[in-house]
Design a protein around this ligand. Sequence first.
Ligand code: BDP
Length: 691
Amino acid sequence: EDGYELWLRYRPVNDPALLKEYKKITSAVRILGNTPTDTAIRNEMLAALPTMLQTNIPVNTPAAPSLLIGTLDQINRQIDLPVIHNTNDEGFIISNATIKGRKVTIITGKTPIGVLYGTFQFIRMLQTNQSVTDLPVVSSPKVQLRLLNHWDNLTRYVERGYAGISIWNWHLLPAFLDPRYTDYARLNASVGINGVVLNNVNANADILTAPYLEKVAALAKVFRPYGIKVYLSARFSAPIEIGHLSTADPLNDSVKLWWKNKANEIYSQIPDFGGFLVKANSEGQPGPQAYGRNHADGANLLADAVAPHNGIVIWRAFVYDPEANDRFKQAYDEFKPLDGRFHSNVLVQVKNGPIDFQPREPFSPLFGAMPNTPLMLEVQLTQEYLGQASHLVYEAPLFKEVLDADTYAKGKNSQISKIIDGSLYDHKISGIAAVSNIGNEQNWTMHPFAAANWYAIGRLSWDHSLSSESIASSWIKQTFGNDKDIQTPILNMMMSSREAVVNYMTPLGLHHLMGNGHHYGPAPWSNNLPREDWNPVYYHRADKFGLGFNRTSTGTNALVQYQPAVQQQWADSNTCSDQYLLWFHHVSWSHRLSSGLNLWETLCKKYTDGVSAVKDMQQTWQSLKEKIDGERFERVAMLLAIQHTEAQWWRNACLLYFQTFSGQPFPSNFEKPDHTLEYYQQLKFRYAPGN
Ligand code: BDP
């Protein structure tokens, strides 16, 4: 198996009792609507049911239906008692009903898209061998905008992409519609993703020119039946670059008019265009500050242009300034004062942590600090800092850690999930964005397990109360099948993988230790980049005394950006949890941690634990050799071997380097590094994908 189907992998149901039940329910399927979405529903049912149930499935025959699929309006015209469960516009209901005294199963919702989501849920229940008798299942998404952000350039090079080149074939669009586009839409819709930003946040203004818009419109047309809207990253200086104006000043009338006209042009071709995503005044991207204006001025300019069309603007808060004394504080310092100044169709998109998608970060202090602005959470699926596409890292525990974090913004129980879903401050729009890990590799994500992250963020954006375990379990069944012997071992691998990567890369709150530019492998010694806040030494601050970044009141005082209850958790190096210790404290090498070991010994232990966890994953995987198809088995086995080698490399390189400061020996049972520090320092990676 080449892995192309991902979790929409339809295989025969083996359990005889369930097979009987499923066959009965699907013995006559009737789809009531005839929109393009209903065609998508029909196609999916016909792709799934005959293969899974090994029988012909009559769809829309004259026979009395056993499974009735349609919107609430359509359904309620057919059945004896109206369905009254409450859902929002995208929600669905799978339930039992009667038609003239005969029992039917129904899949319904307020809109065809809701019905499509219900259909995917129904299929998922079959794929994961759940009984469909335990009804009703009623579900609505908790978050409105559930988006993938592609960092795809128009050249098809994907920034931080490790799974091939972009799946958007700009050269052959709009006439050539790769069937992959439809499969992409199916995969997204099946987990509830309802929007995609097609191009990189480091944007090229050409995407907003007529020839590209025609291509974008063609993609939008493929995605539309699946409830997926397209969005574009807009380059702030586009009025200059493609509009030939002399300025992009957000308060200039010609600039305003240019964006208005541009929005009108886009909507004339893509009436349901989602809106713009903007990275401004960040890492060299143009922005309103060049004209003495602020982020709100910039965002509102674009927001006004798309507002007549119900479009939105997603403005990123990923900013940092070389002049600041701590990069950690920058987004908060710049954005908090602007709270309340963004127009109502603007969301501010905030990365989960204050720095940049590290294996573990404390949550960004912006969450809870901008009550008058809808904040969108940004997470990264592409594993820029998580071993890239060769490391098995199941990210749902990372996502959950953020969503469940309590900001105390409105007292206890002010979790980030409630800020993101709009409920804490009663916002009308809400969203989660995930930087895509998709490329044109046959299996989409290169590492078969990387697809679990795509899957997980969809499921969590729909319902952030789901557990990482339950999401992993469904994914395993849908991806590898229901064989009982494989469930627990694979689940264990996945559930241990996030802590493993934290341990072998950046334990105890270390962060940003990776190689320059390509971010591949360890380079904690690195100190030669033009900006101080790009260098690993800026972040770990190792010296003869100890290790870590003092962000308490005796240091940069970034801690003060959190609510007092949160500050309290982290302010004292004796009570701060090990996970965040070096994020906030410069701790002496002899400092005792909760384990009783000192900092140096604990560091050695954590790095070693990380490597052992990868070894365990390898062994577990080997034990499944007979149970997994050869192609996917071998692929994962090879990648795990790379991961193991690289985990050792991280451990050895980091510990040898930190030892030059700690001056302490390796513990007696410690497996000695196989090379010297100098060896690791001179390694070059000409083939590592860059940015
Ligand atoms: C960093 C990446 C860089 C992105 C930037 C961003 O290294 O390639 O452009 O984030 O999010 O993680 O804008």
